[in-house]
Ligand binder design. Structure first.
Ligand SMILES: [Zn+2]
Length: 128
């Protein structure tokens, strides 16, 4: 299977939508590893930086069944988290906003924001 064919299958998995937030995939959408794959890197002493060496470690394997289509912001935020870690990460945003964001606290106090007692449910979980 070519890379292009793999991308098309992953794209079609949720009809062109991000598996996590459900938004339309933009042109530069990402392939997420559901079980994270951590890319190994080696130090390039010539350029003084780490570069990917083309190998992976961790539970996440480079197989089609481990791929989800993701918009760049979800993929970048998910980073090397598992699904549950990603969910907890997003749920933690509310605590951070309440603790650190003056604008958020103001907007909430003036009734512009209403928090819901709900869990983060990913788009792909609603498709089951
Ligand atoms: Zn998304």
């Amino acid at each position: 299977m070519t890379k292009q064919e793999i991308r098309q299958i992953v794209y079609n998995k949720y009809n062109g939508k991000c598996a996590y937030c459900g938004s339309e995939l933009p042109a530069k959408w990402h392939i997420d590893h559901i079980e994270p794959a951590v890319r190994n890197s080696k130090y390039d002493s010539k350029n003084l930086r780490y570069v990917a060496d083309g190998t992976c470690r961790g539970q996440g394997s480079d197989v089609l069944s481990n791929y989800n289509p993701a918009c760049p912001s979800c993929n970048i935020q998910k980073n090397s988290f598992t699904i549950e870690q990603f969910r907890q990460n997003i749920m933690g945003f509310l605590n951070s906003l309440n603790q650190y964001s003056t604008q958020y606290k103001f907007a909430k106090r003036y009734g512009l924001i209403r928090e819901l007692e709900t869990d983060v449910i990913f788009y792909f979980e609603k498709q089951l």
